[in-house]
Design a protein around this ligand. Sequence first.
Ligand code: PLP
Length: 382
Amino acid sequence: MTKVSLADAPKTMTVPLLDLKAQYATIKADVDAAIQGVMESARFIGGPEISALESEVAAYSHAAHGVGCASGTDALLLALRALGVGPGDEVITTAYSFFASASTIALNGATPVFVDVEPDTYNLDPALLAAKITPRTKAVVPVHLFGQCADMPAILAVCAARGIPVLEDAAQAIGSEWQGKRAGEMGVAACFSFFPSKNLGGVGDGGMVVSNDAALADRIRLLREHGARPKYHHHILGVNSRLDALQAAVLRVKLRRLEAWHAGRQKNAALYRELLAGTNVGLPLARPEARHIYNQFVVRTPKRDGLKQHLADSGIGNEVYYPRPLHLQECFAALGNQEGDFPVSEAAARETVALPIYPELTSEQIAYVSAKIHEFLGPRAG
Ligand SMILES: Cc1ncc(COP(=O)(O)O)c(C=O)c1O
């Protein structure tokens, strides 16, 4: 039993979508000390904070190797490049994700090939995957959207039979699991984002690739530093995409709290489920096989635009992830995809909205958000 009910909801209050100031207040002493440590060491590029974070994130993700990058986007870009993705290749991903899941394929010169998502998890639908594979398919990139793993065993089964590597876009899903296996140990590699809104967020941009494949990790390491080893001796064309030591030092402090933060988000999700059960809103499915870490808590209604406005008018932060599916983005028009090609993604883009779920939310805030949803949508039909 929860201690809070809809009747306890305050009449009015403000609930931001995310409150990083509240998070900072809980870790200020440690974060400030970590930043000061880097300043005093003057080791800003490379150094012990980076290698320690790489080992810690890899271990946390049940992977042997971690390679810090400047962003989650670069992690995907370099991991795909290290897999040999280039012009003439096709790479399959979901039509419903953040832009970088597909842009990194195209930026490597390959063609993004989209697959629709499951209507209840918004993750790549494995039943639709095999039909998209051609002799040019070089890799498959499932996205663990909103913090819940895609059905990796089903995806891996399709790909393993054809020798196609699976790269996990785990930007939103560090610490998520499928049947006890963690994001990072299921595919050939996994890419994380440390964008500030992620469950493990830095104080700026950052990302990491983790992998159990030593040769692949080594190639990504080479690519992120101009393809040079040693310095000034360039074997391949690489880029400058390093994670910096200030980010690593802060992320190491935060990594120690990550499990508690996941638990806070899971508790908040459970309270939403309880308080929203009686109203006419679609709740996100948490698959029993999955450990959902709730980077986002996304609800659904055909009256989404009205609900979004009602929440905003009530002082509640919310966001649509994502209002336009990837196949309908202008920059991908040349791929020839049409409206109607991926109907589940298109409906999700019209009907979903993310609610505040961050760990520092109070139960009164959750009751308030829930009460406002009841107020707008009324009691559950049927
Ligand atoms: C699914 C997904 N992939 C890739 C990225 C790219 O990460 P970054 O913003 O760190 O470049 C994000 C970030 O929002 C994401 O959500």
